[in-house]
Design a protein around this ligand. Structure first.
Ligand code: NAD
Ligand code: TYD
Length: 353
């Protein structure tokens, strides 16, 4: 048996593949077109595993996708591939429309043709799991209850709007064609292999490089943080036991302001790799102009996946963030490779004063 994942060279996809190969005896095919966020080196530890196959290609390229489906006959597809950074969607929305909306549409079309020609039993057992975000629900006030699956979609950024559009397409492919789809909407992830444009790896990298730790606005925006391997365990559960046509919210039960997150990172770094001058990394914190349209608060109500599928995260924020800082310190070569070249152009554009 085989599964196909797209976007497996990104942050969550590569964690998912590494976890998968350490647990399952099932082949996993990774289709990724290696954008700036895709890093083949994330998977160097599994590249020689007989159950792992990498294919360089675009989810929007129907003929490549069809060829992969015919060759490998997957019983399931998991769609991680996306443009994923809100700030980049402000500076350049087009790739978000191209991959997240049009790309997902072509991907679904290729999968529908493949699925329609499967034998009845394989047709019933087939699954398409679409990985989405809690950001499609919009922004919560401080008193509002966390997002449930029944919350209306109110996306505010180009990123979240493009993900919302892809979620709607997936829903429509189920209702119209009966394609056996599942959708998960997860909160902010953190952990190994996250591209250092996102808050947590950016702050660790900047701290250790003696740079400013940029906090947008007043630093009181809230995110609900989940350690990436807990997201991966939820995905495996949904794939195996989720009810076709349903959506599942996944969240960490870890609501933190951005300032709290950055202060926590600073105190772990103070302990693990103190600055030469004895000052805390917190002295590098700098409040900068807010992100346009910055959502104030996200929080997930994960009752449905907990009650229906028995999912529980293993890591608390405290244990997960400690492991994460240790990983970035130990893997400074990985960060160094990424932060050379094009990465600097992005940082100059985003954080120019
Ligand atoms: P990422 O940006 O780190 O990785 C995305 C991967 O997709 C990269 O390897 C990239 O090369 C690949 N990709 C992009 N466009 C492609 C295309 N057209 N064809 C094939 N591959 C393509 O993203 P991530 O943080 O790993 O997120 C993965 C998924 O999870 C995304 O769909 C994202 O919306 C969703 N999600 C992320 C978070 C989070 O906190 N990171 C939270 C909830 C949901
Ligand atoms: P990010 O990691 O980009 O994820 P998302 O925007 O998808 O939630 O940002 C997390 C939070 O941190 C968000 O409220 C924006 C904020 N942030 C900063 O304050 N400074 C930064 O340099 C970055 C990248 C993010």
């Amino acid at each position: 048996m085989t599964i196909l994942v797209s976007g497996g060279c990104g942050f969550i996809g590569s964690n998912f593949i590494i976890d998968w190969l350490s647990r399952e005896k099932e082949k996993i095919i990774n289709l990724d077109n290696l954008t700036y966020a895709g890093n083949i080196n994330n998977l160097s530890s599994v590249k020689d595993n007989d159950d792992y196959v990498f294919i360089h290609g675009d989810i929007g390229d129907k003929s490549t996708v069809s060829k992969i489906l015919e060759t490998y006959n997957p019983r399931a597809v998991i769609n991680f591939a996306a443009e994923s950074h809100v700030d980049r969607s402000i500076y350049g929305p087009e790739p978000f429309i191209k991959t997240n909306i049009v790309g997902t549409f072509h991907f679904l079309e290729a999968i529908r043709s493949y699925w329609e020609n499967l034998a009845e039993i394989n047709k019933n057992n087939f699954r398409f799991l679409h990985i989405s975000t809690d950001e499609v629900y919009g922004s919560l006030s401080s008193e509002a209850p966390p997002f449930k699956e029944t919350n209306p979609y109110e996306p505010n950024s180009i990123y979240s709007a493009s993900k919302a559009a892809s979620d709607h397409l997936v829903r429509a492919y189920h209702h119209t064609y009966r394609l056996p789809t599942l959708t998960s909407n997860c909160s902010n992830n953190y952990g190994p292999y996250q591209f250092p444009e996102k808050l947590i790896p950016l702050v660790i990298y900047n701290a250790l490089s003696g740079k400013q730790l940029p906090i947008y606005g007043d630093g009181k925006n809230i995110r609900d943080w989940l350690f990436v391997s807990d997201h991966c365990s939820a995905i495996r559960l949904i794939l195996n036991a989720g009810k076709v046509g349903e959506t599942y919210n996944i969240g960490g039960l870890n609501e933190k302001t951005n300032l709290e997150v950055v202060q926590t990172l600073c105190s772990i770094l103070d302990e693990l790799q103190p600055r030469d001058d004895g000052f805390s990394y917190a002295t590098q914190i700098s409040f900068i102009t807010d992100r346009a349209g910055h959502d104030r608060r996200y929080a997930i109500d994960a009752t449905k996946i907990q009650e229906e599928l028995g999912w529980q995260p293993i890591q608390s924020f405290e244990t997960g963030i400690y492991q994460t800082v240790k990983w970035y310190i130990k893997n400074s070569d990985w960060v160094q490779n990424i932060t050379s070249g094009a990465y600097q152009d992005w940082i100059k554009k985003r954080y120019a004063v």
